[in-house]
Design a binder for this molecule. Structure first.
Ligand code: ADE
Length: 247
């Protein structure tokens, strides 16, 4: 999968994504992350890419033309294809695991990072296919949100995590949070690893983990539990658990 990140701060994106799992996946050729400097497409001799907003108001606005040319350059580079162009903005749809899964199926994805007070509306109208926010708070630019998206999407690309099972059984799968995990030693600060995990009985372990996921989601993200699809047997078990743990 190929990410094309249009930004005024390419080194920020490159430095943030060249380590650990994502860096390794890039080196292995599973992903490419191309940070395109919008300033390279400035059309005046001062290489400026921003200007005052018409009508007044605080701050500067990124101008339409350099953003447009940078995006066109990406399309040309990928043989004239028209990929999805995501503009990172607090006004967008809120990014979640489902959106990450859907975007992981794309071959190319363009991520457009705004800075200053935003980007001239006219170029957004022409090139943007998706408006995406990473949460209800305002950041100074779209670079961190773009990096969040690249990370979350990349780990769903086959081969990136090595063991595909770990992307399968994790938080948000079926709207349930992940069960608690334990490693050595068997006892730490007086706390013991739940005995079922030492039993070697795989069916019991699976059952325990599923139940823990349900309990954890109920306690931490009850909004998600409503969207999960429990079997009738699990619903019955959970009603019983609630009864026993009511106080
Ligand atoms: N740019 C500034 N804040 C943002 C946010 N919360 N999500 C996406 N892009 C942004």
């Amino acid at each position: 999968m190929n990410f094309h990140i249009l930004t005024l701060f390419p080194e920020m994106v490159e430095n943030g994504l060249n380590t650990s799992i994502i860096g390794r996946a890039v080196n292995a050729g599973l992903l490419s992350i191309d940070a395109v400097n919008i300033r390279d497409y400035a059309f005046n001799k001062h290489q400026s890419v921003d200007d005052y907003p018409y009508g007044g108001g605080a701050g500067m606005l990124m101008q339409a033309e350099p953003v447009y040319l940078a995006c066109e350059a990406v399309m040309q580079k990928i043989g004239g294809k028209r990929p999805r162009v995501v503009y990172l903005s607090p006004q967008g749809n809120v990014f979640d695991q489902k959106m990450a899964q859907e975007m992981a199926l794309e071959e190319d994805l363009v991520l457009l990072c705004g800075h200053y007070e935003g980007i001239d509306e006219r170029v957004l109208e022409e090139i943007v296919t998706d408006y995406v926010s990473i949460g209800d708070y305002v950041l100074t630019g779209g670079e961190l949100p773009a990096m969040v998206m690249v990370d979350a999407i990349s780990r769903l690309v086959p081969g990136v995590l090595h063991n595909d099972v770990s992307a399968e059984f994790e938080s948000f799968q079926d709207n349930l949070l992940e069960y608690p995990q334990y490693s050595r030693p068997e006892e730490w600060h007086g706390k013991k690893v739940p005995p079922v995990l030492l039993s070697g009985h795989h069916a019991n372990i699976e059952k325990w983990r599923r139940e823990q996921s349900i309990i954890r989601t109920y306690e931490r993200r009850p909004d998600l539990l409503e969207k999960s699809s429990l079997t009738d047997k699990e619903k019955k078990w959970f009603r019983q658990w609630l009864k026993e743990n009511e106080d």
